[in-house]
Write a protein that binds this ligand. Structure first.
Ligand SMILES: [Zn+2]
Length: 264
């Protein structure tokens, strides 16, 4: 049976440790933005690093690679970016990556950064629900900032993720859920499922708990960045930006800009 464990690190990051089988001590780490917390975790649990998976170029996702491969000379999978020369095995949209019995589909999700990819594995006998490692593309209750490309490109990326199965377990890279949901409630004050989720998340965070993984059905019902077709969200974005917004991608672009300067 596959297990997934977070290493909380830096300000708000989670480095995810994937252990494909309890019969083996080999694990993969997703987006190690620091070395020491990973080494501490693996040594204290007597685990051995077998591969590193990278979603995008930002340093809080990559800075741990050099120190880890010094200790465990393992393959580093990730997107084609000259800013991450430590990547030894480049993967891109449409590729299939098989690692110790797990078949990861690589999905290109440009927008937060142009090279951003996500790793999706469908359910199997060892994986009860499908799993998604999406870095900073999609967050619980929100999405990453748009640094590269147009709003339409990023909206298309998020739509690709939204098309994954409803029970997909979402392992994103930051604990931003509470602030994201506070914004979401300002956008959709009448969404009752969202209100209930916010209360639940506040309770978890008050005890310093982790709000992940999320799942795709919950995101489609409560994450405004996946709901830009909703008339209420379109109106919110139009009122705030004083613009007429025609397409869901335009609504998405406006919503992302509003969130960029939203007081948190
Ligand atoms: Zn990032």
């Amino acid at each position: 049976m596959l297990t997934i464990t977070p290493i909380p690190a830096l300000d708000s990051n989670y480095f995810w440790v994937i252990r494909p089988s309890l019969n083996s001590r080999n694990v993969f780490v997703v987006d190690p933005g620091d070395t020491t917390p990973v080494i501490d975790h693996l040594t204290s649990h007597q685990l051995a690093l077998a591969a590193i998976l990278i979603t995008h170029r930002h340093r809080d996702h990559t800075q741990g690679i050099a120190g880890l491969v010094e200790r465990w000379p393992v393959p580093v999978y990730g997107p084609d970016s000259e800013l991450v020369p430590q990547i030894t095995h480049k993967v891109g949209d449409g590729d299939l990556l098989e690692l110790e019995g797990i078949a990861f589909n690589i999905i290109g999700v440009p927008g937060h950064t142009w090279e951003h990819i996500a790793y999706f594995a469908p359910s199997t006998d060892d994986i009860p629900d499908p799993i998604l490692f999406c870095g900073d593309a999609l967050f619980a209750g929100g999405c990453g900032r748009r640094f590269d490309g147009t709003a339409e490109i990023m909206w298309d990326s998020l739509q690709q993720l939204a098309a994954l199965p409803d029970d997909t377990q979402i392992y994103c890279a930051h604990e931003y859920t509470q602030a994201n949901l506070a914004f979401a409630i300002a956008v959709e004050p009448d969404n009752q499922e969202l209100g209930a989720r916010f209360e639940q998340v506040k309770h978890i965070r008050a005890q310093n708990g982790i709000t992940l993984p999320s799942n795709m059905l919950l995101e489609k019902r409560t994450n405004p960045f996946l709901r830009c077709q909703q008339p209420g969200i379109k109106i919110f974005a139009e009122v705030k930006t004083h613009k007429t917004l025609i397409t869901p991608a335009e609504v998405f672009g406006a919503l992302r800009s509003i969130k960029d300067t939203w007081p948190s």
